[in-house]
Ligand binder design. Structure first.
Ligand code: NAD
Length: 703
C-alpha cells in the first residue's frame, strides 16, 4: 500500500486516509493510491462500508495544478475513470470532509454515495478560476444532486461555500459537531447505513436536473450572461456541460464533459490563468529574505488622513479584526471620514455581505484622533495624506517623535520618492511604501515599495500583514509611479497621442475593452479624475520636458474644469454612469493637432492595439531590467489586479510572450520610423527586449 494512504480495517469499515501534504492534491500517484485502496476494500468481504478522509484533517483541494496541461494530467489512473469505478463499488462510500473539498476534491466526494463534513469546511468547484470546468463528473453528478440551476451557479462562480449552505443545497448529508468529532461521526453514519442496509448510492435527487426550469433555460442563460463573459471560453464550456447533464444519460454526459474539459485544458486562456495562479505563489518569495526571518508583531495600526484612501485602508484592517487609530487634521475631516466608512459598511449590510452586528464590531475597532500622542503604541503607521512631499515629510517627522522604536512607517504615496520620505526620519530602515489602490477596502493589489534603506524584516512583515487583510502584495523598487503607474504612463501617452492623430476616445477604449480590459484608458482617467492625473503629471514635468505635446489634451480638459465622471464631463459626457462621445473633445483634439502640427488621419484598430500595448509591455520589460520589478509575473499581477488587465490573457508580460517578443520589437521599431519626431522620442525599445530577441528568447526574464 502506498505511503500516500493510511488504510485501516475497523470493525466492518475500511478507513482510507489521504496523506499527501499539504492539501491532498490528486496527482497521478494519489489517484493510483486511492484506486488501489478502494479496490482492496471492495474486494474484502469483511468490509461493509468505506470511509474516505484526510489524515491531517483537510480532505482535498483537488487536482495537482502542476500536472495540468501535461501528459500526466489525464494519465492512468485518470480521475474521471477512477471516480466512475468508485461509484460502481457495491458498498456505501462515505466522504468525511475536513476543511476543504475543492475542485477534484469535491468531485471525489460526489463520487461517494454519502457526505459528512466538519462545520468549518469550505466546498466548491473552483476550476473556472483556472479557465477549466470540472472534468471528473462535477458537471454531471452535481446537477443530479442539487438541480441544474444551483449547480450552474456554483460552478460558474467558482465560489467556495460553507458547510451549512452546502447542506441546505443538498451537497452534504450531515455536518459533524466539530472537526475533532468528524471521523467518529462518519463512522457512526457508516454503521447506520449498514444497519439499515442502505444502498451503495442513494437514488438521484434530481434524475431530471432541469425539472421545473423552462425549456429554453440554457438558451436564455447564455443570452443573459454572454456579454459578461467577454471572450472567456470556460464559462461557455461549463454551460455546454450542464446542458449535457440536462439532456443526456450520465455515461454520455460524462464523456461529453471530458471532451469539453480537454478543450479547456488545451486553451490559451487556461494556460494564462495557470500562469497567474503560480505567479501569485511566487510573488511572496523575495530573494534574500528567508521564510524563517523573524517578523515584527502587528497588533495595532494607525492611519494618517481619513480621506478616500485613508478611510479605505482603515476599513481593510478593521475588517480583518485589527484595531486602527485614524488621525486627521480637524474634527470635521475626522467625522466625515468615519461617517464615510460607516456608509461603506452600511452598503455591505444592504447587500447582505455583512451583518449589522459585524458593522458595529468593525466600527468599534476604529478610533479617531487629532493627537499624535495617540499613535505611541501603534505597530504600523500608514500615511495617506495629500500627495505633497513637504507635507508627507512633515507627517513623518511628527511620527518619528512620537512612535515607539520598531514601528513600521509606511506611506501610501502613488508617485513620490519613498527614499526622500524616509530621509525625513531618524529610522529610514523602518520606512516602506504601501501603495493601496482605490477603493482601498475593495482592491486586492498592494504594491509594497522597498526603499534603499528598508530593513528585510520590514518588507517581510508588510508582505505578511497584507495577506492577513486579504490583499495581494507585490514588491516594487522605488521609481516614479512604481510598477503600475509607471507602466500606465506610456500606455496612456499613446492613447492621448492617438486621439490627437485622429482616433476618438471611444475608438481607443473600444480596442482595449475589445481585448477584455475592464476599462479603456479614457474611461479609467475619467473615473480616477482628470485633476488627479494632471497633478501627478505636473509633479513630474521634467520627465516630459522634451515633448509634452501629447499631454496637452488632458491639460486642457483640466483647465476647462472637465475632471471626469465627478464633474459630469471629461473625455466623455456623463449622465450618471452612462457615457457618450463628446463632440467638444473631438473638436479640441483637432485644434490641438493643428497647433502642434500633428497630421490627422484615420487610424486602424490594429495600430491602436499595437501602440498602446507595445508601449505598456516595453515599459514593463524596462522595469524588470532596472530591477524595479523582481520578475515578469509580478508585473502581470500588478496589471491584472490593479488595472483590470484580463487574467485570461495572463497579464501584459504573458500576453507579450504570446504575441512574440520579436513581433513586439519590430512593431516598436516600425512606429519609431513611421511617427517622425514623436516616434524618435518615445518609441525606444527597452534594451532587455533587444537583448532577448537577439538571443532568440521569447521568455521575459533578466538576461
Ligand atoms: P484625500 O484628499 O481624499 O485625503 C487626504 C486626507 O488627508 C484628507 O482628509 C486631509 O484632511 C488629510 N490630511 C491632509 N494633511 C494631513 C495631515 N498633515 N495630517 C493628517 N491628515 C491630513 O486624498 P486621497 O485620495 O485619499 O490620497 C491620499 C494619498 O493616497 C495620496 O498620497 C495619494 O497620492 C495616494 N493615493 C491615492 C489614490 C487614489 O486613487 N485616490 C490611490 C493610491 C494612492
Amino acid at each position: 500500500m502506498s505511503d500516500l494512504i493510511h488504510y485501516r480495517l475497523d470493525d466492518g469499515l475500511a478507513l482510507i486516509g489521504l496523506d499527501r501534504a499539504p492539501v491532498n492534491a490528486l496527482d497521478q500517484s494519489m489517484r493510483a493510491a486511492i484506486s488501489e485502496a478502494c479496490e482492496r476494500a471492495a474486494a474484502d468481504s469483511r468490509v461493509q462500508a468505506i470511509i474516505l478522509y484526510g489524515v491531517h484533517g483537510l480532505f482535498s483541494a483537488g487536482a495537482d495544478i502542476t500536472e495540468l496541461g501535461t501528459d500526466i494530467s489525464l494519465a492512468e489512473p485518470d480521475l474521471p475513470s477512477t471516480l466512475v469505478r468508485l461509484t460502481e463499488i457495491h458498498k456505501p462510500l462515505v466522504a468525511a470532509i475536513g476543511q476543504l473539498a475543492l475542485g477534484g476534491g469535491l468531485e471525489l466526494a460526489l463520487a461517494c454515495g454519502y457526505r459528512i463534513a466538519e462545520p468549518g469546511t469550505r466546498i466548491g468547484l473552483s476550476e473556472i478560476h483556472l479557465g477549466l470546468l470540472p472534468g471528473a463528473g462535477g458537471t454531471q453528478r452535481l446537477p443530479r444532486l442539487i438541480g441544474a440551476e444551483s449547480a450552474l451557479n456554483l460552478i460558474l462562480s467558482g465560489e467556495q461555500i460553507g458547510a451549512e449552505r452546502a447542506r441546505i443545497l443538498g451537497i452534504l448529508d450531515r455536518i459533524a459537531s466539530g472537526a475533532d468529532q468528524l471521523l467518529d461521526e462518519a463512522r457512526a453514519y457508516a454503521y447506520e447505513l449498514i444497519s439499515c442496509s442502505a444502498p451503495a448510492r442513494p437514488a438521484e435527487v434530481w434524475p431530471e436536473p432541469a425539472e421545473g426550469l423552462p425549456d429554453d433555460f440554457i438558451t436564455r442563460y447564455r443570452a443573459e450572461h454572454e456579454s459578461r463573459w467577454k471572450s472567456r471560453l470556460a464559462p461557455r464550456l461549463v454551460v455546454s456541460a450542464l446542458e449535457s447533464a440536462c439532456l443526456l444519460p450520465l455515461e454520455e454526459g460524462l464523456a461529453r464533459e471530458l471532451a469539453l474539459f480537454k478543450q479547456a485544458e488545451a486553451s490559451r486562456q487556461s494556460k494564462a490563468l495557470r500562469h497567474v495562479f503560480f505567479a501569485e505563489r511566487e510573488a511572496a518569495c523575495i530573494p534574500g529574505i528567508e521564510s524563517d526571518l523573524p517578523l515584527r508583531k502587528i497588533e495595532k495600526v494607525a492611519v494618517i488622513g481619513a480621506g478616500t484612501m485613508g478611510g479605505g485602508i482603515a476599513m481593510s484592517f478593521a475588517s480583518a479584526g485589527i484595531p486602527v487609530v485614524l488621525l486627521e487634521l480637524s474634527g470635521a475631516a475626522l467625522d466625515h471620514g468615519l461617517m464615510q466608512i460607516r456608509k461603506n459598511y452600511e452598503a455591505s449590510v444592504k447587500r447582505r455581505t455583512l451583518t449589522a452586528q459585524q458593522l458595529e464590531q468593525r466600527m468599534e475597532l476604529l478610533f479617531g484622533t487629532l493627537d499624535y500622542g495617540d499613535l505611541s503604541d501603534a505597530d504600523l503607521v500608514i500615511e495617506a495624506v495629500v500627495e505633497k512631499m513637504e507635507i508627507k515629510q512633515q507627517v513623518f517627522r511628527s511620527l518619528d517623535e512620537v512612535c515607539k522604536p520598531g514601528v513600521i512607517l509606511a506611506t501610501n504615496t502613488s508617485s513620490l520618492d519613498v527614499d526622500a520620505i524616509a530621509a525625513a526620519v531618524s529610522r529610514p530602515q523602518d520606512v516602506i511604501g504601501l501603495h493601496f489602490f482605490s477603493p482601498a477596502n475593495v482592491m486586492r493589489l498592494l504594491e509594497v515599495v522597498r526603499g534603499c534603506a528598508t530593513a528585510p524584516e520590514v518588507v517581510a512583515t508588510t508582505m505578511k500583514i497584507a495577506k492577513r487583510i486579504g490583499k495581494l502584495p507585490v514588491l516594487s523598487g522605488v521609481c516614479f509611479g512604481f510598477i503600475g503607474n509607471r507602466m500606465l504612463e506610456p500606455y496612456a501617452r499613446e492613447a492621448h497621442r492617438l486621439v490627437l492623430e485622429g482616433a476618438t476616445p471611444t475608438q481607443v477604449d473600444g480596442v482595449l475593452t475589445g481585448l477584455d480590459l475592464n476599462m479603456g484608458v479614457f474611461s479609467m482617467l475619467d473615473l480616477a479624475g482628470i485633476d488627479v492625473s494632471f497633478l501627478i503629471r505636473d509633479s513630474n514635468r521634467t520627465a516630459t520636458a522634451h515633448d509634452d505635446s501629447y499631454c496637452r489634451l488632458g491639460d486642457e480638459l483640466y483647465a476647462m474644469g472637465r475632471y471626469g465622471q465627478k464633474s459630469g464631463r471629461g473625455f466623455y459626457l456623463y449622465e450618471g454612469r452612462n457615457r457618450q462621445e463628446d463632440g467638444e473633445v473631438v473638436a479640441l483634439s483637432e485644434r490641438l493637432a493643428a497647433d502642434l502640427n500633428v497630421s490627422r488621419r484615420s487610424i486602424s484598430d490594429q495600430e491602436i492595439h499595437d501602440r498602446c500595448l507595445f508601449m505598456l509591455i516595453n515599459e514593463g520589460i524596462q522595469l524588470l531590467d532596472e530591477g524595479i520589478a523582481l520578475r515578469a509575473s509580478d508585473i502581470d499581477l500588478v496589471w491584472i489586479n490593479g488595472y483590470g488587465f484580463p487574467a485570461h490573457l495572463g497579464g501584459p508580460m504573458h500576453y507579450a510572450e504570446h504575441l512574440g517578443l520579436d513581433k513586439i520589437l519590430s512593431g516598436i521599431q516600425h512606429h519609431r520610423r513611421a511617427l517622425g519626431e514623436y516616434g524618435e522620442i518615445w518609441f525606444r525599445p527597452a534594451s532587455l527586449l533587444e537583448r532577448l530577441v537577439a538571443a532568440g528568447r521569447n521568455r521575459i526574464e533578466r538576461l
